[in-house]
Ligand binder design. Structure first.
Ligand SMILES: Nc1nc2c(ncn2[C@@H]2O[C@H](COP(=O)(O)OP(=O)(O)O)[C@@H](O)[C@H]2O)c(=O)[nH]1
Ligand SMILES: [Mg+2]
Length: 232
């Protein structure tokens, strides 16, 4: 069952002085909606990170509910409406990510979480990114908005994945990267979703530009084709 929990709370990540001084409106649409899915192995903190972002709270145990949360954030003069799909562990296992996975089809942006204390969860990130890219990358090879997150940073004494490994993996896959502790603070969760929102806006703009250029090329070709037939 999918629970729709509309959380109308709005989060602004732009410093006040920046917003006040922003006279020119940003390029692209001022309101954007995006579907986001949070993926990763069991018990890495997917729900903890999501709930941190939505409520700023860490409640410890999150049960096994499947939820789609709606949440709006302000990003440099734009409004980004996120629909965030959080999965119960059992379902994550049952639906081993494949390009046909309904979550991958549904989502525009992805948060891939592993635990820095769980190497297997880290090892599962790369195949997941490859599946997402195979399913989503169009002919123009546009950047898919993906943020890789190493969670449970507070448990550094149990660390089995170094920060460097996380950073290098993200670099090699052309993804954003953050190491955070959902348990300790909300700052990391905010950075993660803020970075994803930026990537989503860039992707939307790139898509629009691509479509714009393609339609110009189409019309110019049509005019030349017409001229050629006229002169025959
Ligand atoms: N120490 C620590 N525990 C965490 C952190 N994030 C989540 N947890 C705990 O890890 C367990 C699994 O978290 P949960 O969000 O349910 O994982 P999910 O299965 O990926 O959704 C819970 O007991 C959480 O309290 C973190 O940053 N640090
Ligand atoms: Mg969960």
């Amino acid at each position: 069952m999918v629970l729709r929990i509309p959380l109308r709370r709005s989060a602004s990540f732009t410093p006040d002085h920046h917003q006040a001084g922003a006279e020119a409106s940003p390029p692209g649409p001022l309101k954007m909606e995006a579907n986001v899915v949070v993926l990763g192995a069991d018990r890495v903190g997917k729900s903890a990170l999501t709930v941190r972002f939505l409520t700023r709270r860490f409640i410890g145990e999150y049960g096994n509910m499947e939820s789609v949360y709606t949440h709006t954030l302000a990003l440099e003069g734009r409004e980004v409406v996120f629909h965030i799909w959080d999965f119960p562990c059992s379902q994550e296992k049952a639906e081993e990510s494949s390009p046909g996975d309904k979550r991958i089809q549904w989502a525009d942006g992805f948060v891939l979480v592993y635990s820095i204390c769980d190497r297997a969860s880290f090892d599962s990130v790369q195949p997941k990114v490859q599946v997402i890219k195979a399913a989503k990358e169009g002919p123009s090879q546009e950047k898919i908005p993906i943020v890789i997150v190493g969670n449970k940073r507070d448990l550094h004494h149990h660390r089995t994945v170094s920060s460097e490994e996380g950073r290098l993996l993200a670099l090699s896959l052309d993804c954003e990267f953050y190491e955070v502790s959902a348990a300790e603070a909300s700052h990391g969760a905010l950075l993660v979703f803020h970075a994803l929102a930026e990537r989503l806006c860039e992707a939307k703009l790139a898509l629009k530009k691509g479509t714009g250029i393609r339609s110009i090329v189409k019309s110019v070709s049509a005019v030349f084709a017409r001229k050629r037939t006229d002169s025959m």
